[in-house]
Design a protein around this ligand. Structure first.
Ligand code: RVP
Length: 488
């Protein structure tokens, strides 16, 4: 029957990269990329917009390593705005005026001590009503006063010989001033000596540690935010709060209502808009004219039951390749989302045409992921759940699956994901080191110096299940854990 004359679709385990002549040392391979038309990263990796993976801690960690965290959206809009601000503030050189904690000269030292403690800072410029800088006060200035008289005024306790710098200060200038005067903060002032910002030693040192960080035009960390397919209000708020990329977060973006809404959202924000998920050529055609990036993945996720529950899906290598054919025409970046267990899967996704990869389970066990470590049978785990699982849908994300979920009622959901646990892994930085290191090895085997070069040179071979078995450790008993391999 015609019905059964069907095309074949492949996934990670069906293919391998064909080794090629090479002079490329993996360490020299350049893995920088674009996730969307206007946003570049130094490593081609994103963390998934899931409530057990990406909140601000993960986003800060990802951006410092050169990737991008995409904040999940099982939180109200105000909380998301706060989270975005937290990432944007994390490594900035000049903390802007409205975020600087200041004291006034006639406050009591006790008041200012409490204020600084609540804000988590250890010093504050002292300004008058016109924002002119009169001095600076720190824990060291306050402590002796607290011992004797808590109601002494700040003007008594503060250091009034304050060193300031102009708005065009560089990190190097600021650091020189700090060393010269043995201080840790330099208030930034305008021509009229009014406070416009603050530079701290801690901020400068943190930036230095992360040379490869993904930064925006003014040097702040990059961050992405997931928005529901019909959440224009969240999209506008996240855009205003500084999100670099918005991700339309939907399990089936080829739903035409979703496409219409995504197009409208694109029209009302300044940040880039990535549309997804899709898994076919036709779906890519439907958004390639307005999307700044296209995200691919219908059912490959480790916690995803979409294919089993709905019978629909597309094996990921074929899905990426189909979308990439269309996207390449318009120079729109493609993100391969889901199903990546090993670094080899990640670089195969790039070979199929992706510009970057998004992972959930790989990062859910790290310290930067939300949630606490649980111990079962002497082993450590962290919780990891699908956004289409009962638990996650109940906390707000049902529309990702185009389902009308009433959170208050005792409704019976039809979930498309499971709630699970994943081994505890330690720091994100070392996981990323393994992931990206393995991807670089792949580039070495193919002889490619950069990702665009790699995409062009890479060729697949189709393997059998015998070939697949051969590729994993076999006929041995593993005695020591490898940092980048665990049997599935
Ligand atoms: P993985 O890295 O294989 O754990 O997959 C993560 C991806 O799975 C997410 O980025 C998302 O696209 C998808 N996902 C999230 N929740 C669910 C679900 O409940 N079905 N799927």
């Amino acid at each position: 029957s015609e019905k059964l004359r069907v095309p074949e679709a492949l996934t990670f385990d069906d293919v391998l990269l064909r080794p090629k002549e090479s002079r490329v040392e993996p360490d020299d391979a350049d893995v920088s990329t674009r996730v969307s038309k206007n946003v570049s990263l130094t490593i081609p990796v994103l963390s998934a917009a899931m409530d057990t993976v990406t909140t601000s801690d993960m986003a800060i960690g990802m951006a410092r390593e050169g990737g991008l965290g995409v904040l999940h959206r099982n939180m109200d809009v105000e909380t998301m705005v706060e989270e975005l601000r937290r990432v944007k503030r994390a490594d900035e050189l000049v903390i802007p005026r409205d975020e600087v904690v200041t004291a006034s000269p006639d406050q009591t030292v006790r008041d200012v001590d409490e204020l600084m403690e609540a804000a988590g800072v250890s010093g504050a410029p002292v300004v008058d009503d016109d924002d002119a800088v009169l001095g600076i006060i720190s824990g060291t200035d306050i402590r002796p006063y607290l011992e004797v008289g808590e109601s002494d005024e700040v003007r008594e306790a503060m250091t009034d010989k304050v060193i300031t710098a102009g708005e065009d200060v560089t990190a190097r200038d600021a650091l020189e001033l700090m060393y010269e005067h043995k201080i840790e903060r330099v208030p930034i002032v305008d021509a009229e000596s009014r406070l416009v910002g603050l530079v701290t030693m801690q901020g400068i040192l943190q930036r230095r540690e992360h040379e490869n960080a993904a930064r925006d035009e003014v040097g702040r960390l990059r961050v992405g935010a997931a928005v529901g397919p019909f959440e224009e209000e969240r999209a506008v708020a996240a855009d205003e709060a500084g999100a670099d990329v918005l991700f339309i977060d939907c399990a089936h973006a080829h739903n035409l209502n979703v496409m219409d809404s995504a197009r409208a959202i694109k029209g009302s924000v300044e940040s880039d808009v990535v549309v997804g998920n899709v898994g076919t050529r036709e779906a890519a055609e439907a958004c390639v004219d307005f999307a700044d990036g296209i995200k691919v993945g219908i059912g490959p996720g480790s916690i995803c039951t979409t294919r089993v529950v709905s019978g629909a899906g597309m094996p990921q290598i074929t899905a990426v390749a189909q979308v990439a054919d269309v996207a390449a025409r318009e120079n729109v970046p493609v993100i391969a989302d889901g199903g990546i267990r090993y670094s080899g899967d990640a670089i195969k996704a790039i070979a199929a045409g992706a510009d970057a990869v998004m992972l959930g389970s790989y990062f859910a066990g790290t310290d930067e992921a939300p949630g606490r470590v649980i111990t079962m049978n002497g082993k450590k785990y962290k919780q990891y759940r699908g956004m289409g699982s009962v638990g996650a849908m109940r906390s707000g994300g049902g529309d990702r699956y185009l389902k009308d979920v009433d959170e208050d009622e005792d409704e019976e959901f039809v979930p498309e994901g499971v709630e699970a646990a994943t081994p505890y892994k330690g720091s994100l930085a070392s996981e990323l080191h393994q992931l990206v290191g393995g991807m670089r090895s792949g580039m070495g085997y193919v002889g490619a110096e950069s990702l665009p070069d790699f995409k062009e040179r890479a060729e697949f071979v189709r393997i059998s299940s015998a070939g697949q078995t051969e590729g994993h450790p076999h006929d041995v008993m593993i005695t020591d854990e490898a940092p980048n391999y665990s049997p599935q």
